[in-house]
Design a protein around this ligand. Structure first.
Ligand SMILES: [Zn+2]
Length: 386
């Protein structure tokens, strides 16, 4: 695989390599696509390859230029990101001049983390705009030539955070770019950029990563066991950064709660049912509720696949799933999945979370144990059946 530091995005890599081979790199790229798909990572890798002293198709990782890139301290490469505004700061001040030392320190630390892991999301308190003073620096620096024939590269991350005056200042550089300068803008909000900026950049779309790509990266980079990686990849919606964040959320613990919820929903014990609804709805955290429901969707999807002899994602749950499939041969699993999807959309639309979950309990009982939902008919469901 080429450029292994960047996960997937084969189409984009081939386009960029073709441009390098034919010496047709444009003066300005716009990398756009969802969060966590590798736009910054690709921009940094392109900068590394283009400026590597060995001039190969892969950055060597050993030359002085690669060493400077490894700490994001390359004299010809600048990484711009939204910054906080200091007290009394005007557009004439240097971007960092009026910031308290603490802010500058956090920025340096965040850039260090970004250099180590190009998928790191830079988080700075109160940082919401790319300053016009930062963009003026781009203009000024691009007028100097670099040492050793290096290409001057400015990566403007979260380019949508440029307000109109900053964007118009950038436009001047985009209109008459100095010979060896390349700008790479990255954004998850292309629609928020000025049309004049868009028209002067070569736009490249980044697709969401596939589940396989994310799962593979979690195994390789984060030492996650394969089964867990597959489950998390399924929840990450093509966003590797989100997948890594999910690692901290103890998804496997949440999945236990999901299985417990289904088990109790199918029991006749009203107290158990209320308790299990309360456990999840009581957190009032919509993100957690949605994640919970997505795990449930995944679990029922596995049950459906297993009932047709296919391979499950929750590999470590195979025997539980098998028991469920055996005990509920008449379960309408497609109907169940539709109900869970409906619940996901309701929670996302700010419906009352408890109500959504109680409604789901009724639907689950109706679809899995036909005849159980409408009235409290005793149903021979023991705690061991799920
Ligand atoms: Zn190198």
């Amino acid at each position: 695989m080429i450029w292994p530091r960047v996960i997937g995005q084969r189409r984009v890599k081939e386009m960029l390599l073709a441009a390098i081979r034919t010496s047709r790199l444009p003066h300005a790229y716009l990398f756009y696509g969802g969060e966590g798909v590798g736009k910054d990572a690709m921009a940094l890798e392109l900068a590394r390859v283009v400026n590597c002293d060995r001039h190969g198709e892969e950055a060597c990782g050993e030359c002085p230029s690669c060493a400077q890139m490894a700490s994001l301290q390359h004299p010809a490469v600048r990484f711009l990101t939204p910054l906080p505004t200091g007290k009394g700061e005007t557009s004439e001040d240097d971007p960092l001049a009026k910031l308290p030392d603490a802010d500058v320190h956090v920025l340096q630390e965040q850039l260090r983390l970004k250099a180590q892991n190009p998928y790191h999301t830079i988080r700075l308190p109160r940082a919401n705009v790319i300053k016009i003073s930062s963009v003026r620096e781009v203009r000024r620096e691009s007028s100097f030539s670099t040492e050793g024939g290096k290409r001057r590269i400015f990566i403007i991350s979260q380019a949508e955070a440029m307000e109109a005056p900053a964007a118009n200042t950038l436009l001047k550089t985009l209109e008459e770019p100095p010979g060896d300068t390349m700008l790479i803008l990255t954004t998850a909000h292309r629609e928020a950029l000025l049309p004049t900026i868009l028209s002067r950049c070569q736009s490249i779309r980044f697709d969401p990563l596939t589940e396989q790509e994310i799962a593979g990266a979690l195994v390789e980079r984060n030492n996650v066991p394969a089964g867990q990686a597959a489950t998390i990849a399924r929840l990450a919606s093509g966003n590797y950064t989100k997948a890594v964040e999910l690692l901290d959320d103890d998804i496997m613990e949440l999945r236990k709660d999901v299985v417990d919820f289904v088990r109790k929903a199918l029991s006749r014990n009203v107290v158990d049912i209320v308790e299990s609804v309360e456990k999840i709805a009581g957190t009032r955290d919509r993100d957690v509720a949605v994640r919970f429901l997505n795990l449930m969707l995944l679990w029922f999807r596995d049950a459906l696949v297993l009932s047709h002899g296919g391979a499950v994602i929750n590999e470590d749950q195979q025997s539980d799933l098998q028991r469920f499939v055996t005990n509920f041969p008449r379960a309408d699993l497609l109907g169940v999945m539709a109900d869970v999807e409906k619940a996901i959309s309701l929670v996302g639309r700010y419906a009352y979370i408890r109500l959504v979950f109680f409604r789901l309990v009724v639907r689950l009982r109706g679809a899995i144990v036909p005849g159980a939902a409408a009235h409290a008919t005793p149903v021979p469901v023991s705690r061991k059946t799920v």
